[in-house]
Design a protein around this ligand. Structure first.
Ligand SMILES: [Zn+2]
Length: 316
């Protein structure tokens, strides 16, 4: 008997990547059990009562058009992000990318904008899952209606999540530390958050995204303070509760300080081979100068080679 082989080919370019964004749960799905309240904030949604035309708002043609528009909008924005970082992705086997759009706000934490769902992704099959939150969607629809652009943060969100895809196995590793209640293990998880989120957020920082921190020296001081505080809080307990993990996650600036910590780390990474290049990047960030796209991708490429174990050794 012949074995059956599945032939999986690399994509030729960003346009050939199979992306499927879908409303989750879909309003046309009988089991969705949705209240029409969830559509109140969606611009253009026809929420007249069923008595007006005998049709439930979910099934009106004009609303079905809105569902399709939201799905297309999400796919297009995601594809632009893929194009922006294509040199990092072009050797990857990607058979399908699914994006669950949580327009009802029932699935995800509203504090985040989007997520790479590593739990439901299967890199061995080239299948990747992402989630889009209600807050991101609503902001996007309102900006579109007003004819305004989204801020850089929103405009680099998918690139951030795609870098998580490239860093898949490190996310899996650090999540194992997160699940533990032992202080030593949890401490490793939080340190690794500076690595994981720091690498993903490099794109935003290098594109000119600066919030409070504008200098390396300030970032490193803040990092030192935060790490000491995490240590104090975690090691004061013999078992770390979920509540404490939540509190720490919200207050430790992984996103803002992380990319600076990564750049600092890269100066001595791989025997200091990249020191001059990274110094020049840091200098230009501090002066708010433009960093070229190829330099941004090169920096992320080097950063993705930082092993979790090496990073932990530096700070434990
Ligand atoms: Zn992230």
């Amino acid at each position: 008997m012949l074995d059956t082989y599945i032939i999986i080919k690399e994509n030729e370019n960003a346009d050939s990547v199979n992306i499927n964004a879908y409303l989750s749960p879909h309003p046309l799905d009988e089991d969705s059990h949705l209240d029409d309240e969830v559509f109140k904030c969606i611009p253009g949604f026809d929420d007249r009562s069923i008595d007006e035309d005998g049709i439930h708002p979910f099934f009106r043609d004009n609303n079905i058009e809105i569902y399709k528009r939201i799905e297309n909008l999400t796919e297009n924005m995601f594809r632009s992000a893929i194009k922006n970082i294509w040199p990092l992705l072009n050797n990857y086997i990607i058979t399908r990318i699914s994006i669950a759009i949580d327009y009802s706000g029932m699935l995800f934490d509203s504090n985040s904008l989007a997520a790479y769902n590593y739990v439901n992704s299967r890199p061995e099959h080239g299948y990747y899952r992402f989630d889009l939150t209600r807050s991101f969607l609503i902001r996007q629809l309102h900006k579109l209606e007003a004819g305004e652009d989204l801020s850089l943060k929103f405009n680099t969100t998918w690139e951030h999540e795609l870098v998580h895809l490239l860093d898949h196995w490190n996310s899996v590793k650090s999540s194992l530390f997160r699940d533990s209640s032992k202080p030593e293990e949890c401490y490793k998880y939080f340190l690794l958050q500076y690595r994981t989120e720091g690498i993903a957020e490099l794109y935003y920082l290098l594109k000119g995204g600066r919030d409070d921190v504008k200098k390396m020296s300030d970032a490193l001081l803040r990092f030192k303070d935060k790490v000491e505080k995490i240590k104090r809080e975690i090691f004061s307990e013999s078992s770390v509760s979920e509540e404490l993990k939540e509190t720490i996650s919200k207050d430790y600036d992984f996103y803002e300080i992380g990319p600076w910590v990564i750049l600092n780390y890269l100066k001595s990474h791989e025997g200091g081979f990249h020191a001059d290049f990274i110094d020049s990047i840091i200098n230009r960030i501090e002066k708010s100068e433009v960093i070229e796209q190829n330099e941004i991708l090169e920096t992320i490429k080097i950063a993705l080679r930082i092993k979790s174990e090496e990073f932990l050794l530096e700070y434990i």
